[in-house]
Design a protein around this ligand. Structure first.
Ligand code: NAD
Length: 293
């Protein structure tokens, strides 16, 4: 079997277009312009690129974008104060603090300061609790994007065997929860899992979120499975140049899977599109407006 490629770029472009239409309706019919505030601490080049892209996409969707750059020696108190200001600002409907934060700052303390209804990354414990109990919270962008692509490809996921490799709070755990909410039979595999090839080999859906280049081998994939590769790893090629690869051995997996996301161009582009969608959802909920469909 040769897998069809799940085109995350096209999917994201589509979602961004839908978000822009919703924003247009909110502006013209309700006088509401959703606003997203992004806080970046320090000068990590990768984080700077992410923040710049988020800003551009937010503006392109017709929303207000607020960007706060803080030095990497900013104190935890100052950062928390900034988040509290944004919590109180009625023009800001979504707040995102770009991770990772410098070592001297307690990430959890900062995230717990974000008002849960403005927590468009869905990392606040209230939002993870709501996700776990079937409530209406904010859902983390990357796993939500993965579920959208899976449902688009497979329709109902009910009863399917899903294996998530990785148990981080940002990707693995919320991904597993979302798959469970879709009535999959879910296994979470991690660094202590015994016989990973056998566990992965049972899955109709494999989601890899490990951060180890090509850890999931093509030969492990069940014929016809759908593979979502969340990993983004920069590796050096033989000629000394670098390239991005995922957590899945793409070429070999693509010969066994029925559908697979590439890296780059799969899950990555979806994350920003979902962030914009989450900001619209957050704005509508805060203003008591039904979200346009
Ligand atoms: P993390 O380091 O927080 O978690 C990695 C997980 O992988 C851990 O739970 C660990 O138990 C598991 N793991 C490590 N080695 C393993 C092994 N040998 N076998 C099985 N499991 C193993 O990483 P994260 O934040 O979840 O990110 C994972 C990957 O996804 C990274 O490459 C990251 O860059 C990427 N990522 C991409 C996006 C996106 O937008 N596409 C967003 C977030 C993360």
């Amino acid at each position: 079997m040769t897998a069809s490629i799940i085109d995350g770029k096209a999917f994201a472009a589509n979602l961004k277009e839908k978000v822009a239409q919703k924003v247009h309706i909110l502006k013209t019919e309700h006088g509401l312009t959703p606003g997203l505030a992004v806080v970046l601490v320090g000068e990590d080049p990768a984080s700077q690129v992410y923040v710049r892209n988020k800003n551009k996409s937010t503006v392109a969707a017709g929303m207000n974008s607020f960007e706060y750059l803080m030095n990497d020696d900013v104190s935890e108190e100052e950062l928390i104060k900034k988040v509290e200001e944004l919590n109180a600002d009625p023009a800001v409907h979504g707040i995102l603090v770009q991770l990772p934060l410098p070592k001297h700052i307690n990430e959890a303390a900062v995230i717990e300061t974000i008002a849960p209804q403005k927590d468009v990354d869905g990392f606040h414990v209230i939002n993870s609790g709501l996700l776990a109990t079937g409530g209406k919270g904010m859902v983390p962008c990357t796993p939500l994007g993965c579920i959208m692509m899976l449902k688009d490809r497979l329709g109902s996921l009910s009863g399917l065997d899903a294996v998530v490799v990785g148990r981080s709070n940002i990707v693995g755990k919320p991904m597993a929860q979302l798959l469970l909410n879709e009535s999959c039979t879910v296994t979470i595999a991690h660094s202590r899992t015994r016989n990973l090839p056998e566990v992965v080999g049972r899955a109709d859906i494999v989601v890899a979120a490990v951060g180890v280049p090509e850890l999931v081998k093509g030969a492990w994939i069940k014929e016809g499975a759908v593979v979502i590769d969340v990993g983004i790893n920069r590796i050096e090629k033989e000629d000394g140049k670098t390239k991005l690869v995922g957590d899945v051995e793409f070429d070999k997996a693509a010969k066994r899977a029925s559908a697979i996301t590439p890296v780059p161009g799969g899950v990555g582009p979806m994350t920003i599109a979902v962030l914009l969608q989450n900001t619209v959802t957050a704005a509508c909920r805060q203003m008591g407006i039904d979200e346009p469909v």
